[in-house]
Design a protein around this ligand. Structure first.
Ligand SMILES: NC(=O)c1ccc[n+]([C@@H]2O[C@H](COP(=O)([O-])OP(=O)(O)OC[C@H]3O[C@@H](n4cnc5c(N)ncnc54)[C@H](OP(=O)(O)O)[C@@H]3O)[C@@H](O)[C@H]2O)c1
Length: 362
């Protein structure tokens, strides 16, 4: 199954919070060799270690794992002048404003797997969560045909959408899904490094607004849970009401979800649907795949971000407190936790790339 030879890959946005997690995901990766690190002109020309060290000498490395030695001394190049033709695939981890022009330029030559929202809402662009909607991947052929690109752009969703759809997809498939109300408690790392969230704003506090987040979750969930028909995705007809909050947690987004199902289902049936979901995908045994997409806990005090975010190296969504919801028709409610910078960003994007290589699409 391993591609021969290993693909040369570049990482654009290597110095940011998501970019740092990519270094961990791609360190000694069996299929991908990270040959180029790129960021803004602020970092270009420096070694990676110097680029993430501030003027006061503080090394701003935010992963729990140490900075991989293989990348510490690598030079950072300027994304604006980086030639994508020098690699086989590009991972991007930059804000959507900068991502748009960069990804368009790179995709003309090679596949681009993106963590940004720049292309997520375009009709010819699949937004892929492995195990949930990887069957949307062939839509990239339309993208290449219509845009005249040799490569393509495949974004992953917003990190809050990711945990939500991993938990909703099994319910949609088994029982049908009519409506969703979700309240998030989102980690600080989700806000990135620049500007990030100031400590004086978040200590002893909750911030009840994250710009554009609720709209992203609402649009992305319907698209991801939709079906590929011919060369278009038909979104699931699903009203989603999202309340997105920033809380004083480092990593791991926690979401309280109430869902109206297509038919009545007991909590035990819902737990079974969650537990057995996605085995066809995990059985592929891709290098970054977890052995289970969703873990269900019985302990009513779980999931908790500090304890549970690292489940299967942050690649499994953890669900707890499954119980009836008395307000919505056929209602069920639960809590889902997912690691925003691993499943929701770098390692999730790496798994998307692995799947596309496995399918012969990249
Ligand atoms: N953080 C998460 O949990 C998470 C999860 C899923 C998706 N995402 C998405 O991932 C992307 C990056 O987020 P982040 O949290 O990692 O942000 P971040 O910590 O602020 O990092 C931003 C990165 O983009 C680079 N950059 C900024 N302006 C640039 C430009 N004009 N050209 C090229 N590179 C530029 C920065 O390089 P310099 O250091 O040189 O400025 C840095 O490497 C965003 O689209 C975000 O929505 C983030």
């Amino acid at each position: 199954m391993s591609p021969n030879p290993r693909r040369r890959v570049a990482l654009v946005g290597a110095t940011g919070v998501a970019g740092q997690q990519f270094l961990v995901s791609l360190d000694r990766h069996p299929w991908f060799e990270l040959t180029t690190l790129a960021a803004s002109s602020r970092s270009a020309g420096k070694s990676y270690t110097d680029a993430i060290t501030d003027a006061g000498g503080h090394r701003q490395w935010f992963c729990e794992e140490p900075l991989p030695a293989a990348f510490a001394g690598m030079p950072v190049v300027d994304s604006d002048t980086f030639d994508a033709g020098s690699v086989d695939l590009v991972f991007t981890a930059v804000e959507s404003g900068a991502a748009r022009a960069l990804e368009e330029r790179f995709a003309a030559q090679v596949p681009v797997i993106s963590t940004s929202s720049a292309f997520r809402y375009e009709d010819d662009v699949p937004v892929i969560v492995p195990g949930v909607n990887h069957e949307h991947a062939p839509l990239i052929k339309r993208q290449q045909r219509e845009r005249g690109w040799k490569g393509f752009v495949v974004p992953i969703p917003n990190c809050t959408t990711t945990g939500l759809v991993v938990a909703l997809a099994p319910l949609a498939r088994r029982f049908g899904l009519r409506s969703v109300i979700m309240t998030s408690m989102q980690a600080l790392s989700g806000a990135g490094r620049s500007p990030g969230v100031h400590s004086m704003d978040i200590l002893d506090n909750i911030i009840p607004y994250i710009p554009k987040e609720e709209d992203k979750v609402q649009r992305e969930a319907s698209k991801i849970l939709g079906t590929l028909e011919g060369d278009r995705i038909v979104p699931l007809d699903l009203p989603v009401s999202a309340h997105c909050n920033r809380v004083n947690v480092r990593d791991g987004h926690t979401e309280c979800v109430s869902a109206g199902l297509g038919r009545a289902a007991s909590p035990a049936e819902v737990q079974d649907a969650l537990r057995s979901f996605g085995r066809d995908f995990t059985d592929l045994g891709l290098p970054s795949s977890p052995p289970e997409l969703c873990r269900v806990l019985e302990d009513p005090y779980r999931p908790q971000p500090r304890i549970d975010r690292g489940t299967n190296d942050g690649m499994t969504a953890v669900v707890g407190r499954v119980r009836p919801d008395p307000v919505l028709p056929n209602g069920v409610k639960f809590v889902v936790l997912s690691h925003n910078t691993k499943l929701g960003a770098a390692k999730g994007a790496t798994l998307v790339a692995e799947y596309l290589v496995h399918r012969g699409l990249a």
